[in-house]
Design a protein around this ligand. Structure first.
Ligand code: ZN
Ligand code: ZN
Length: 199
Protein backbone atom coordinates (compact mmCIF):
# COMPACT_ATOMS: atom_id res chain seq x y z
CA UNK A 1 0.00 0.00 0.00
CA UNK A 2 1.61 3.22 -1.08
CA UNK A 3 1.04 6.44 -2.97
CA UNK A 4 -0.94 4.58 -5.64
CA UNK A 5 -3.51 3.42 -3.06
CA UNK A 6 -3.86 6.93 -1.64
CA UNK A 7 -4.41 8.23 -5.18
CA UNK A 8 -7.04 5.56 -5.79
CA UNK A 9 -8.86 6.65 -2.62
CA UNK A 10 -8.78 10.27 -3.82
CA UNK A 11 -10.17 9.16 -7.20
CA UNK A 12 -12.99 7.33 -5.37
CA UNK A 13 -13.71 10.50 -3.38
CA UNK A 14 -13.82 12.53 -6.60
CA UNK A 15 -16.08 9.94 -8.25
CA UNK A 16 -18.41 10.03 -5.24
CA UNK A 17 -18.62 13.80 -5.07
CA UNK A 18 -18.30 14.64 -8.76
CA UNK A 19 -20.59 12.11 -10.40
CA UNK A 20 -24.30 12.57 -10.84
CA UNK A 21 -25.85 10.61 -7.93
CA UNK A 22 -28.95 9.82 -10.01
CA UNK A 23 -30.72 13.13 -10.54
CA UNK A 24 -34.15 12.78 -12.14
CA UNK A 25 -34.41 15.50 -14.79
CA UNK A 26 -37.12 17.96 -13.74
CA UNK A 27 -40.01 19.00 -15.94
CA UNK A 28 -40.36 22.57 -17.14
CA UNK A 29 -44.14 22.36 -16.78
CA UNK A 30 -46.45 20.15 -14.67
CA UNK A 31 -47.68 16.96 -16.36
CA UNK A 32 -51.12 17.19 -17.98
CA UNK A 33 -53.84 15.37 -16.00
CA UNK A 34 -54.54 13.10 -19.01
CA UNK A 35 -50.88 11.94 -18.97
CA UNK A 36 -51.35 10.54 -15.49
CA UNK A 37 -53.23 7.50 -16.74
CA UNK A 38 -56.12 5.31 -15.77
CA UNK A 39 -54.80 4.29 -12.36
CA UNK A 40 -54.71 7.79 -10.90
CA UNK A 41 -57.02 8.82 -8.10
CA UNK A 42 -57.66 12.25 -9.53
CA UNK A 43 -61.39 12.36 -8.87
CA UNK A 44 -61.80 10.15 -5.81
CA UNK A 45 -58.63 10.52 -3.75
CA UNK A 46 -59.78 10.03 -0.12
CA UNK A 47 -58.16 13.10 1.42
CA UNK A 48 -59.11 15.24 -1.54
CA UNK A 49 -55.53 16.56 -1.48
CA UNK A 50 -54.54 17.91 -4.81
CA UNK A 51 -51.45 19.71 -5.98
CA UNK A 52 -51.28 23.29 -7.14
CA UNK A 53 -52.10 22.33 -10.73
CA UNK A 54 -55.03 20.19 -9.58
CA UNK A 55 -52.85 17.08 -9.77
CA UNK A 56 -53.21 14.32 -7.17
CA UNK A 57 -50.31 14.23 -4.69
CA UNK A 58 -49.91 10.51 -5.20
CA UNK A 59 -50.75 8.05 -7.94
CA UNK A 60 -50.57 4.31 -8.33
CA UNK A 61 -48.31 2.84 -10.98
CA UNK A 62 -47.69 -0.76 -11.94
CA UNK A 63 -44.06 -1.80 -11.42
CA UNK A 64 -43.35 -5.42 -12.40
CA UNK A 65 -46.98 -6.29 -11.78
CA UNK A 66 -47.02 -4.68 -8.31
CA UNK A 67 -49.10 -1.59 -7.63
CA UNK A 68 -46.82 1.10 -6.19
CA UNK A 69 -47.85 4.49 -4.85
CA UNK A 70 -45.64 7.29 -6.17
CA UNK A 71 -45.54 10.85 -4.83
CA UNK A 72 -45.66 14.07 -6.79
CA UNK A 73 -42.75 16.51 -6.38
CA UNK A 74 -43.85 20.15 -6.69
CA UNK A 75 -40.33 21.44 -7.19
CA UNK A 76 -39.35 19.05 -9.98
CA UNK A 77 -42.94 18.82 -11.30
CA UNK A 78 -42.84 15.07 -11.71
CA UNK A 79 -44.05 11.87 -10.11
CA UNK A 80 -41.06 10.43 -8.31
CA UNK A 81 -40.09 6.93 -9.41
CA UNK A 82 -40.16 4.35 -6.58
CA UNK A 83 -37.22 4.66 -4.10
CA UNK A 84 -36.63 8.23 -5.22
CA UNK A 85 -36.49 11.18 -2.80
CA UNK A 86 -36.12 14.93 -3.13
CA UNK A 87 -32.96 16.30 -1.53
CA UNK A 88 -33.64 19.71 0.00
CA UNK A 89 -29.96 20.69 -0.11
CA UNK A 90 -29.32 19.84 -3.79
CA UNK A 91 -32.95 20.68 -4.65
CA UNK A 92 -33.20 17.69 -6.99
CA UNK A 93 -35.06 14.41 -7.00
CA UNK A 94 -32.47 11.65 -6.61
CA UNK A 95 -33.03 8.08 -7.78
CA UNK A 96 -32.51 5.45 -5.05
CA UNK A 97 -31.66 8.25 -2.62
CA UNK A 98 -29.57 7.05 0.31
CA UNK A 99 -28.59 10.27 2.08
CA UNK A 100 -27.05 13.68 1.48
CA UNK A 101 -23.43 13.56 2.54
CA UNK A 102 -22.31 16.98 3.83
CA UNK A 103 -18.63 15.88 3.83
CA UNK A 104 -18.46 15.26 0.09
CA UNK A 105 -21.19 17.84 -0.59
CA UNK A 106 -23.19 15.43 -2.68
CA UNK A 107 -26.16 13.12 -2.47
CA UNK A 108 -25.48 9.41 -2.26
CA UNK A 109 -27.81 7.65 -4.65
CA UNK A 110 -28.15 5.15 -7.47
CA UNK A 111 -25.09 6.13 -9.50
CA UNK A 112 -22.50 6.87 -6.80
CA UNK A 113 -23.40 4.50 -3.94
CA UNK A 114 -20.75 2.00 -5.13
CA UNK A 115 -18.02 4.67 -5.16
CA UNK A 116 -19.14 5.99 -1.77
CA UNK A 117 -18.91 2.51 -0.22
CA UNK A 118 -15.54 1.82 -1.86
CA UNK A 119 -14.30 5.21 -0.63
CA UNK A 120 -15.29 4.78 3.04
CA UNK A 121 -14.08 1.17 3.20
CA UNK A 122 -10.69 1.89 1.61
CA UNK A 123 -10.26 4.99 3.79
CA UNK A 124 -10.90 2.74 6.83
CA UNK A 125 -8.24 0.26 5.69
CA UNK A 126 -5.79 3.12 5.08
CA UNK A 127 -6.43 4.56 8.57
CA UNK A 128 -5.79 1.17 10.20
CA UNK A 129 -2.68 0.67 8.04
CA UNK A 130 -1.19 4.09 8.91
CA UNK A 131 -2.03 3.72 12.62
CA UNK A 132 -0.42 0.26 12.80
CA UNK A 133 2.81 1.33 11.12
CA UNK A 134 3.14 4.47 13.24
CA UNK A 135 2.66 2.25 16.30
CA UNK A 136 5.37 -0.12 15.04
CA UNK A 137 7.63 2.86 14.32
CA UNK A 138 7.21 4.22 17.88
CA UNK A 139 7.88 0.74 19.24
CA UNK A 140 11.10 0.52 17.21
CA UNK A 141 12.15 3.99 18.40
CA UNK A 142 11.61 2.86 22.02
CA UNK A 143 13.80 -0.22 21.36
CA UNK A 144 16.58 1.62 19.55
CA UNK A 145 16.90 4.45 22.06
CA UNK A 146 15.82 2.30 25.03
CA UNK A 147 13.47 5.06 26.08
CA UNK A 148 9.90 5.44 27.35
CA UNK A 149 6.79 5.80 25.17
CA UNK A 150 6.67 9.55 25.90
CA UNK A 151 10.27 10.08 24.81
CA UNK A 152 9.73 8.01 21.65
CA UNK A 153 6.80 10.29 20.76
CA UNK A 154 9.04 13.33 21.18
CA UNK A 155 11.64 11.71 18.93
CA UNK A 156 9.05 10.87 16.27
CA UNK A 157 6.29 13.51 16.54
CA UNK A 158 4.95 12.86 13.00
CA UNK A 159 4.08 9.28 13.99
CA UNK A 160 2.27 10.54 17.07
CA UNK A 161 0.26 13.13 15.09
CA UNK A 162 -0.65 10.56 12.41
CA UNK A 163 -1.69 8.05 15.09
CA UNK A 164 -3.93 10.62 16.76
CA UNK A 165 -5.42 11.70 13.42
CA UNK A 166 -6.11 8.18 12.12
CA UNK A 167 -7.45 7.12 15.53
CA UNK A 168 -10.10 9.88 15.34
CA UNK A 169 -10.82 9.42 11.61
CA UNK A 170 -11.26 5.65 11.78
CA UNK A 171 -14.34 6.03 14.04
CA UNK A 172 -16.10 8.02 11.30
CA UNK A 173 -15.11 6.09 8.18
CA UNK A 174 -15.07 2.74 9.99
CA UNK A 175 -18.46 3.46 11.54
CA UNK A 176 -19.92 4.40 8.14
CA UNK A 177 -18.39 1.32 6.51
CA UNK A 178 -19.74 -1.11 9.10
CA UNK A 179 -23.15 0.61 9.11
CA UNK A 180 -23.48 0.31 5.32
CA UNK A 181 -22.13 -3.25 5.29
CA UNK A 182 -24.76 -4.07 7.92
CA UNK A 183 -27.48 -2.46 5.75
CA UNK A 184 -26.30 -4.44 2.71
CA UNK A 185 -26.08 -7.72 4.63
CA UNK A 186 -29.63 -7.26 5.94
CA UNK A 187 -30.83 -6.11 2.48
CA UNK A 188 -31.94 -2.71 3.77
CA UNK A 189 -30.12 -0.62 1.20
CA UNK A 190 -32.40 1.07 -1.31
CA UNK A 191 -29.69 0.62 -3.89
CA UNK A 192 -30.01 -3.16 -3.70
CA UNK A 193 -33.34 -3.79 -2.08
CA UNK A 194 -36.46 -4.34 -4.12
CA UNK A 195 -38.66 -2.88 -1.42
CA UNK A 196 -40.24 0.47 -2.07
CA UNK A 197 -40.01 3.51 0.07
CA UNK A 198 -42.82 5.96 0.37
CA UNK A 199 -40.80 8.65 2.05
ZN1 ZN B 1 -37.97 16.85 -6.57
ZN1 ZN C 1 -28.21 16.27 -1.76
Amino acid sequence: MGTKTKLEILVLLLLTSGRDPGIVPRNSHPPEPEDIGESSNLSDWPGGQHGSAGLPLTKDVLVNGVLVKVKYCHTCMLYRPPRCSHCSICNNCIERFDHHCPWVGQCIGKRNYRFFLMFVSSATVLCIYVFTFCWVNIGKTMDTHECTFGRAILKSPISAILMLYTFVAVWFVGGLTSFHLYLISTNQVRFLSSRCSNS
